[in-house]
Unconditional design. Structure first.
Length: 298
């Protein structure tokens, strides 16, 4: 057994079921995601008033939306981070898999994105954008995914280049948490809405005819606000928003849906007049901002 496999198994102690789940997930993540998406699409058609499958998976496998700046802070860490469980649960408000622990975060591995593989993307540069941050997942991906999924160790500088390049393409960085990762953070995803299976699964969940549909992503802690006096109604922010949170009203001014806005900041970056901006909103939770969380810990 390889050392990275031993470390992955040790995360779970006596929970051999979780250890095996983690091994299968990280070893064959592309096939795992493809299977789950096929199940989710069929489930919505067959059980439009059902929610069990979505609740089960979303509570154990989910993400926190990041701004580019927040993602960059994680990718440039040079020390371990272990957040208090109570604070972690406030930042990542799910019943399971909310531990903010970064063990050797300077160990970063880039691997082909399972979402893009599932969507049929073939361009090697466009595929190799999923970033495992810290141990033991980074080493596990490197040892088990080098040949099939082109896993490779990258420096913080190269990881930032991937982050920025994908942001220019309209990607939203997200920090991912999973029970099979020891109930904690393990990777940063860089997917645009046209590729992201997480966004598709969120749309599928919203299509269920149930009250308070299940959610897979926690907001960044920010809300987009519009300077209506400066808005020219060009629609650039509407087009940029991957969550469908912006629209033009009857006065041809941009309008933000509070419920749909995840605070990713793409709308602010795409508007050449600086009409949208991000503001902290306590109703959107606590940001996964390493510097701010360090202050809160004190």
């Amino acid at each position: 057994m390889r050392e990275s496999t031993r470390r992955l198994f040790r995360l779970h102690g006596w929970r051999i079921d979780r250890a095996l789940h983690g091994y299968v997930y990280y070893r064959w993540i592309d096939r795992y995601i493809k299977t789950l998406m096929a199940i989710a699409r069929r489930y919505v058609r067959l059980f439009p008033r059902g929610r069990f499958i979505f609740d089960f998976f979303f509570n154990r496998y989910h993400c926190k939306v990041l701004t580019e700046e927040q993602a960059a802070k994680i990718l440039t860490l040079d020390h371990d981070v272990i957040m208090d469980p109570e604070l972690s649960a406030r930042v990542v408000p799910f019943p399971h898999a909310h531990r903010i622990i970064l063990d050797q975060p300077q160990h970063i591995v880039a691997m082909d994105c399972a979402c893009r593989i599932e969507k049929g993307v073939a361009d090697p540069e466009a595929l190799n954008v999923c970033l495992a941050v810290g141990e033991p997942v980074a080493s596990f991906w490197l040892e088990h995914g080098a040949e099939r999924l082109h896993a490779r160790r990258v420096s913080a500088t190269e990881a930032l280049e991937i982050l920025h390049r994908e942001r220019e393409r309209g990607s939203v960085p997200t920090a991912w948490f999973k029970d099979a990762a020891g109930d904690r953070f393990f990777a940063i995803c860089n997917c645009p809405p046209s590729y992201c299976d997480a966004l598709e699964s969120a749309r599928l969940a919203r299509a269920l005819r149930v009250e308070s549909p299940p959610v897979i992503a926690a907001p960044s802690g920010y809300l987009a606000v519009i300077d209506r006096a400066a808005c020219a109604g060009c629609g650039a922010c509407v087009e940029a928003c991957p969550f469908g949170a912006l629209s033009l009203d009857g006065e041809e001014k941009a309008l933000v849906s509070f419920d749909l806005c995840m605070g990713c900041g793409l709308c602010a970056e795409r508007c050449e007049w600086g009409v949208p901006s991000l503001t902290r909103d306590e109703r959107k939770g606590i940001p996964l901002d390493i510097d701010e969380l360090a202050l809160l810990r004190r």
